[in-house]
Write a protein that binds this ligand. Sequence first.
Ligand code: NAP
Length: 229
Amino acid sequence: MSNASKGTAVVTGASTGIGAIYAQRLAQRGYDLIVVARNRARLEKLATRISDETGRSVEIVTADLGKDEDIRRVEAALRNDASITALVNNAGIGAALPLLNSDVDTMEAMIKLNVVALTRLTYAVVPGLVARGGGTIINIASIAGVAPEILNGVYGGSKSFVVAFTQSLRHELADKGVRVQAVLPGATRTEFWDVAGQPVENLPEQIVMDAADMVDAALAGIDQGETIT
Ligand code: NAP
């Protein structure tokens, strides 16, 4: 555990799953946190546990990043916070249904969260990072971003966007001190699979990772300078 503050890391979708582990690991590495999700009770529990364990400050922002007004409220808060040094764009939802069985409004909502919110929050944070001389952007994509046939096509397409956007950011920000990483997890044991309508218990046990192992592998990747992990 580090006592020197590394500034503030913003983690979206931190109330459970992969985001909750990122929040804990980044606090252990010396970051104060802003944790964003819809479920306030879960965020409060997480914040208490992390600040008790690490001594870092944890600010809670409840927001539905599928809604324009909430995205804009979070953007404004991030744009004006000069303590921010890292952003983990993790909030996302999946779907396992093929096109013929999917509801197009649900698909649009998925694009809003997985693509639009991630893009707008990145635009809110990056100029400040560049002006302050550097920082870190971690975008959680998926293996479906390079193998879109394995789940729902809109989900795969949304994650392909995250991969391409991250590669472009890396190119653009390489000489500005901003580290950029896209993380492409395979199947990870979280509530994601319940939300997607395909319980994780239905997957072969040997292909499923624990969220803690997934996040530790991804952090090892960025520590080694990987753009795509
Ligand atoms: P999860 O356990 O379902 O967690 C999703 C998180 O996103 C929760 O904290 C949830 O919090 C938040 N969230 C969902 N909708 C939101 C909204 N409208 N506004 C704000 N926050 C919202 O899923 P996970 O597995 O940790 O997924 C995290 C990321 O990993 C996603 O981008 C997912 O696509 C990606 N991923 C997961 C897997 C996997 O196998 N699990 C594999 C590859 C990629 P609230 O409900 O409190 O809002």
